[in-house]
Design a protein. Structure first.
Length: 207
């Protein structure tokens, strides 16, 4: 049985991991600047779901494989990095279409796609993979406890990352007063995603 002190300690560590901007936060900001607040909030929800899928994977033993195999970790990391670069390129290519999103809902990203993109980025986030693999076993005794305690992370992530989504979404509306500025910010959001993907691909695991 987990003690209250153990739960609080895990929550504190999770909060530190969440508030430090990483792949999920930067992707959320990029998505908010590119297509808007609604899609960013759906991305936040998808990120949280992806993070919890990591918890499930760790509880099922996959986390141990990732921890012990540099090759498996590299595959997961590169998959997430490649997806981020792809999304960034798409955002830059269609940056001038961002202005249309304010007048026509058909140009917006669908809810299912926004959620799906968030899940992919959240599930392949190397920072949280390492955290889950290292932290969860230290605070729990079995898979059931991992699933229960691990739920704290995505819940806290939704609350914290939503603040970033609202802030970036508000900034985007200011840029919307000028089509040229809005196209520029759409391109900036895409470049953020590309840069993030490239940095993840070059980041090594700290064992």
């Amino acid at each position: 049985m987990m003690s209250t002190s153990e739960v609080l300690a895990f929550a504190a560590l999770s909060l530190v991991m969440i508030v430090i901007p990483g792949p999920s936060v930067l992707f959320t900001i990029g998505r908010a600047l590119t297509v808007g607040r609604r899609e960013a909030l759906l991305t936040v929800a998808g990120n949280a779901l992806g993070a919890y899928l990591q918890v499930v994977a760790v509880a099922c033993g996959v986390g141990v494989v990732v921890e012990q195999s540099a090759a498996v970790f590299t595959v997961v990391k590169l998959a997430g990095a490649a997806y981020l670069v792809y999304l960034g390129v798409q955002a830059v290519r269609h940056r001038r279409k961002v202005t249309e999103a304010l007048a026509a809902s058909v140009s917006r990203i669908g809810p299912a796609r926004a959620l799906r993109d968030g899940v992919v980025v959240g599930f392949t986030n190397p920072k949280t993979i390492v955290f889950m693999v290292v932290a969860l076993p230290g605070f729990t005794e079995n898979s059931a406890q991992m699933l229960l305690l691990g739920a704290l992370f995505p819940i806290m992530a939704v609350m914290c990352d939503s603040v970033w989504a609202f802030a970036a979404g508000t900034a985007r509306m200011w840029f919307a007063r000028s089509p040229r500025r809005l196209a520029a910010i759409g391109g900036t959001g895409g470049l953020m995603m590309i840069g993030l993907g490239a940095s993840l691909a070059l980041t090594n695991r700290h064992d």
